[in-house]
Design a protein around this ligand. Structure first.
Ligand code: PBG
Length: 336
């Protein structure tokens, strides 16, 4: 008996496949992470992230113009300061690089795009941890919350529209929300990096921000072994008032992403991190993998798993590609 049920009917041509595609990506779903460095005159290449740079204010502005022209949904700023200390003073200083860059870009582009900032201390501390340390050298959760509150107010005053809380301290969303509201920043939104795992995939990022970390972040970022805990962290952040929750990294954590997407009543984002980017770029540079297909497939998979928005270093490039393909998935080859 020949089969009567033939799923291959809907795969027979590129236009047919495009018509029945369940997942589509729009440029507005892509957010570009950017690094802005203090005290440099020219953009500086990040060796482990080919194609990405530490920006000057001017080169950052040109990059944001490109992002807007490509239809990218927003930008996420990271600061690379020249001086660091035990409490990360540069993070709360209005003249610190992240606050300066935020003010500079928000004034110019705040009406055309969404300017967002990473809210974490690790770029600003001399020990490289995401919080302040107690006398035993352990990260002090509740003392860190005070620093995050001050950092939130500094970023909101600089014009950041969404604060990306990436430090993984307990109670950080509620604490920051309360501080923002008390200071009158009722419209500043909170993006909670809710399920953030202690992963090897942040390796290239540590070069990108000149990290001084020795050791690891395993007492605050999550254990890759834990799926249920990722959902718990997201639900806690929603209860604490998060406007958006995020899962990070993306590709190795699609199960967690799908769990959070199924349970969340706020938008769910995912961060395709530096190591995900670097692995594809390195393999492609060696001719071992089809770079364009990998980028499209990885982003499609992250959105298919439930992400409404993806932070990706390929945001501009992929948005441009979608634009030239009439906002559809690129159709390559007859594929018979
Ligand atoms: C914390 C932060 C990190 C990343 C984003 N925010 C690093 C970390 O937690 O160690 C990593 C992003 C990436 O790898 O692309 N400020």
């Amino acid at each position: 008996m020949p089969p009567t049920l033939r799923p291959r009917r809907l795969r027979q041509s590129a236009p047919m496949r495009r018509l029945v595609a369940e997942t589509r990506i729009h440029p507005a779903q892509l957010v570009l992470p950017m690094f802005v460095a203090e005290g440099i005159d020219e953009p500086r290449a990040i060796r482990s992230m080919p194609g990405q740079v530490q920006h000057t204010l001017d080169s950052a502005a040109r990059e944001v113009e490109r992002a807007i022209a490509a239809g990218v949904g927003g930008i996420m700023l990271f600061g690379v300061p020249t001086a660091k200390d035990a409490v990360g003073s540069g993070a709360t200083d209005p003249d610190g690089i992240l606050n300066v860059a935020t003010r500079f870009l928000a004034e110019r582009f705040g009406d055309a795009t969404v300017v967002q900032t990473d809210l974490c201390l690790d770029e600003f501390t001399d020990h490289g941890h995401c919080g302040v340390l107690d006398e035993r050298g352990a990260v002090d959760n509740d003392a860190t919350l005070e620093r995050y509150a001050a950092m939130a107010i500094a970023q909101a005053e600089a014009g950041s529209q969404i604060l990306g809380l990436s430090g993984m301290m307990d109670g950080q969303v509620e604490h920051v929300r309360t501080a923002l509201d008390a200071a009158g920043h009722l419209d500043t939104a909170i993006l909670a990096y809710s399920a953030k795992y202690a992963t090897a995939l942040y390796g290239p990022f540590r070069e990108a921000v000149d990290s001084s970390l020795t050791g690891d972040r395993k007492t605050y970022q999550q254990d890759p072994a834990n799926r249920r805990e990722g959902l718990r962290e997201a639900l806690l952040d929603i209860a604490e008032g998060a406007d958006i929750v995020m899962v990070k990294p993306a590709s190795l954590y699609l199960d967690v992403l799908a769990d959070v997407a199924a349970a969340s009543d706020v938008p769910v984002w995912a961060y395709q991190v530096s190591g995900e980017y670097a692995m594809v770029e390195a393999a492609a540079a060696n001719g071992w993998i089809d770079r364009d297909r990998m980028i499209a497939e990885s982003l499609t998979s992250i959105v298919r798993a439930g992400a409404d928005v993806v932070l990706t270093y390929w945001a501009i490039e992929h948005a441009q590609l979608l634009g030239t393909h009439g906002l559809g998935a690129p159709t390559t080859g007859a594929g018979r």
